[in-house]
Design a protein around this ligand. Structure first.
Ligand SMILES: [Fe+2]
Length: 306
């Protein structure tokens, strides 16, 4: 039987009593969706699923984003929706993306159809002297919105911001990443888009701060200086310790996190010899904003509790 146990931090819950190698019942999936809106980061421990099952489970949440053209060879063979995040090198060839996500961001805010969740399964986790390395850190943008000064909430109530895929590549390259600069063709593949600065979360109904340091480059309609000052204020506000949570991985963890209400970063505190390997699906927020999807979830919730 499905069991959801929240931790004692601002985000995070453990989900047990299900087998992700099989299809979840509609009632169980509805409970997972609700928990996602409430706790933001769900860990399903002891679920060492393979890429095909990862893809099937992920597709319950919405459409899957295929890997971009620049990293097409860094995924599960024959499955462009399953990327490999890893520093493992086999026969001189990196089998995954080595430094993915090693700074604060939210996946896929650079898309017109934004991101909803990531689903990762841990295959290799670096451990040194008994200490687990390569954590993923999160920040709770819904709790952070609630505590914003009233003046900021009012000032930006109807504002939008520009998100640019290229920005995160520039950040990573400045930090010493070996990834090449994006080509013009790659930039055209994902041109900048605008989204509201504050978004209403489709599941929880609460507002979230929907700008992030990785991809948001400007608040539209503000002078450049004011835009930069406001973004820096919002970024520092969200990154206060009380909104943060770290997940320390175990092999076989499946982690599902809500992009709409969180930021995340991968912690690169391990060496090239300490292997980390995750398989990942990125799910778009196409279904989750549809009334029918949410209504079905709430109806099944009512049936399950009857
Ligand atoms: Fe990410």
């Amino acid at each position: 039987m499905l069991r959801i146990e929240p931790g004692n931090a601002t985000l995070g819950a453990r989900v047990t009593g299900v087998d992700l190698g099989r299809s979840l019942s509609d009632a169980d999936f509805a409970a997972v969706l609700r928990a996602l809106g409430q706790y933001g980061v769900l860990c399903f421990p002891g679920q060492p699923i393979e890429a095909a099952a990862l893809r099937t489970f992920s597709a319950r949440f919405g459409g899957l984003q295929a890997m971009s053209s620049g990293v097409k060879d860094r995924g599960e063979p024959g499955m462009p929706e399953v990327s490999i995040l890893s520093n493992v090198v086999e026969n001189g060839r990196p089998i995954g993306i080595p430094d993915a996500g090693q700074d604060w961001h939210t996946d896929m805010t650079y898309n017109r159809v934004m991101g909803f969740v990531n689903v990762l399964v841990a295959k290799k986790v670096p451990v040194r002297n008994g200490k687990v390395l390569g954590a993923t850190e999160f920040a709770n943008t819904q709790a952070a919105y609630e505590d914003l000064p009233a003046g900021v909430k009012a000032r930006l109530a109807d504002a939008t911001a520009t998100h640019d895929w290229n920005n995160f590549h520039d950040i990573m390259r400045r930090k010493g990443s070996q990834r090449p600069a994006l080509t013009e063709a790659q930039r055209r593949e994902r041109p900048p888009v605008s989204h509201p600065v504050f978004l209403t979360h489709p599941i929880s109904g609460g507002k979230v701060i929907y700008v992030n340091p990785g991809f948001t480059v400007a608040i539209n309609g503000l002078a450049p200086d004011e835009s930069r000052t406001m973004l820096d204020f919002l970024f520092a506000h969200v990154l206060q310790p009380r909104y943060r949570y770290a997940h320390h991985w175990s092999v076989g963890d499946v982690l599902v996190w809500d992009h709409l209400g969180t930021w995340h970063q991968a912690v690169g505190d391990y060496t090239a010899e300490e292997h980390r390997l995750m398989k990942r699906c990125q799910v778009l927020a196409d279904k989750v904003f549809e009334a029918a999807f949410l209504e079905a979830a709430s109806r099944e919730r009512a049936d399950a509790s009857a």
